[in-house]
Ligand binder design. Structure first.
Ligand code: PBG
Length: 329
């Protein structure tokens, strides 16, 4: 009776060598991007409590971190600036002496084009109210005024040497506006990564501590997407592609694998996914309690993101994953 089974999938799972041979998804360091925080006005790196192992770098320790990232062979770093002084219009974002632009020049000075250096282009780290844009008289984020700030930030970041800019503010028309400003300033070669499908997510919680920024009022639901909406993710992607995005990001990752899969099926440019701070924090917290196997869960989570269609993954575990991959080879 049992000998008549038409198929025995277990055959190909029998040994590690067989499993390795038939694995459909494989991770490579080159498709990992490490988010990095740089804080102004500190002389030693500061730990971020809710993100064990992640720090706010000084400009000096950032230099070391990007060199290590290049040596590890990961695909890129994504820089976030944490300024000392904030104001309503986020003045530090387009100030050449603003922390993000200073950090960019330092990073590029160390690694040149050996590894891709990109930025998170947004205002929330730089505004005193914590929103991703400037506010109108009624306290609502003003889309078109914000585009003006993004245009200026983009030119400053391109001038500081960024290879790619990650547009994470979720303003309508941001890709077209920034593309236009860059081209007008002679920065045709600076690429634009659109956070195309970015949801108003509670999984960004620990990130607020990482950039020392809290919303003074309201929430981000008037510009980031409603987690209830799958089709809308595709709409945002189509718009960003039409505006000239060179790659698109889905964010967060693991709770949005359906959106990621839709986007991967549709996009002709690279599709990335961002495993955000809260996704990492949940793993760390459970692992610290001994409730899960930390390494296996990290590998499984990132593999599932790739399996769903991500060409590259932004993850706080990028360096650790690259180390494990080296061990295995
Ligand atoms: C916006 C930005 C955020 C994150 C990356 N870029 C926060 C937000 O949109 O509220 C979150 C990343 C993370 O949680 O790891 N500048």
């Amino acid at each position: 009776m049992t000998s008549e089974l038409a198929a025995r999938p277990r055959r190909m799972r029998r040994t590690p060598a067989l499993r390795r041979l038939v694995a459909e998804t494989r991770l490579h360091p080159a498709e990992l991007i490490l988010p990095v925080f740089v804080r102004e006005g500190i002389d030693a790196p500061r730990p971020i409590t809710s993100m064990p192992g992640v720090v706010q770098h000084t400009v000096d320790t950032l230099r070391r971190a990007v060199v290590e990232a290049a040596e590890a062979g990961i695909g890129g770093v994504m820089l976030f600036g944490v300024p000392e002084v904030r104001d309503a219009r986020g003045s530090a974002v387009d100030d050449p002496d603003g922390i993000l632009n200073v950090a960019l020049r330092a990073a590029i000075d160390e690694v040149g084009t050996d590894i891709v250096v990109q930025t998170d282009l947004c205002l929330d780290e730089f505004t005193d109210h914590g929103h991703c844009g400037v506010l109108d008289a009624a306290g609502v984020v003003d889309n078109d005024q914000t585009l003006e700030r993004y245009r200026s930030a983009a030119v400053a970041q391109a001038e500081a040497g960024a290879h790619l800019l990650g547009l994470s503010g979720m303003m309508d028309g941001q890709v077209a506006a920034v593309r236009d400003a860059l081209d007008a300033a002679g920065h045709q070669d600076t690429g634009l990564i659109a956070y195309a499908a970015k949801y108003a997510s509670a999984f960004y919680g620990p990130f607020r501590e990482a950039v020392d920024s809290q919303l003074v009022g309201g929430d981000r639901r008037t510009y980031q997407q409603d987690p209830a909406n799958r089709r809308e993710g595709l709409r945002e992607v189509r718009m960003d592609l039409a505006e000239g995005a060179d790659a698109v990001i889905v964010k967060p990752a693991m709770s949005y694998l359906d959106v990621l899969s839709d986007v991967a099926a549709e996009s002709l440019v690279p599709v990335w996914a961002y495993q955000v701070s809260g996704e990492a924090a949940m793993i760390e917290a459970a692992a610290a309690n001994g409730w899960i196997d930390r390494r296996r869960v990290i590998e499984e989570a990132v593999t599932s993101i790739k399996r769903a269609g991500a060409d590259a993954i932004l993850t706080y575990f990028a360096m650790e994953l690259a180390g494990w991959m080296r061990e295995e080879r």
